[in-house]
Structure formats: C-alpha cells, structure tokens
Design a protein around this ligand. Sequence first.
Ligand SMILES: [Fe+2]
Ligand SMILES: [Fe+2]
Length: 148
Amino acid sequence: MHPDSPEFQAYQAILAGHQELKALLERIDQVLAARSSGIGEACHLLAQLGDQLVKHFALEEREGYFEEAVLHAPQLVAKVNRLLAQHPKMCTQAQSLVAEATTRSGHQDWWDTTRTLFLSFREELLRHERAEDRLLQEAYNLDIGSHD
Ligand SMILES: [Fe+2]
Ligand SMILES: [Fe+2]
C-alpha cells in the first residue's frame, strides 16, 4: 500500500478511529471506577461513546471503505463482511447502555450496575476492534509481500 493511495488512507482512518474509541473507553472506565464525576456527566460520556460508535461504524461501512483497505486481499473480504455484520448489534447495545444508565440514574446501585454493563460491552467492542486491527494488519502484510 502506497502512503498516498486511497487504501492506505482508509487503513489509517480506521486505525485512528480505533485509537479514539479506545481513549474514550479508557476515560469512561476511569470515571466509573473512581466515581469521579456526577452521574449526569457519566451518562453524557456514555452517550458520546454511542455517537462516536455510530460515526466509526458508518466510516467503516461507507462505500466499502473497509474493503478498500483489503483491496489486494480478496480472501479477507468474507472476514470483513462478518465483522461489519456485528455493527448493528453493538449499536443497539450501546443505545441500551445509555438508556439503562439514564433511566436508572436515581438508583442506589447505579455505579456498580452501570460499570458492570459497561465492562461487558467494552469487552465485546474491543474484541471486535482487535479483530479488525488484525485483519488490516494481515491485509497490509499481504500487500507488502505482493510487491516483493
Ligand atoms: Fe467495526
Ligand atoms: Fe472498528
């Protein structure tokens, strides 16, 4: 992949999106673990995560943007499609996490329950993102190899 090529740009944009998501997940984790904000602010961060996810997934789905990154590795397209198919479920989960956190804001166990829900969602999301990182890395290596 040439650094100026659209494939490389797509590859970089997806990786950058993963870094941003990871940073936000880290921040939310810290807030929920240390209870270092009000519940309203924590709900706001969870809503921000939901919005950021929608945008990130839209980028990956946009006109085969992800396929662009694996353009020279057609054997990976089935894997890409499997990963993209996980997006709707994770969007729904993120939305219900926000809804749950918002409607339960008066509950005494709010911090514990919200953190438990968040951690299980984070695990699934990070698994998805890691699989994508591996896939992009694989595509990139294959591409480098094909120009030897
Ligand atoms: Fe994805
Ligand atoms: Fe992703």
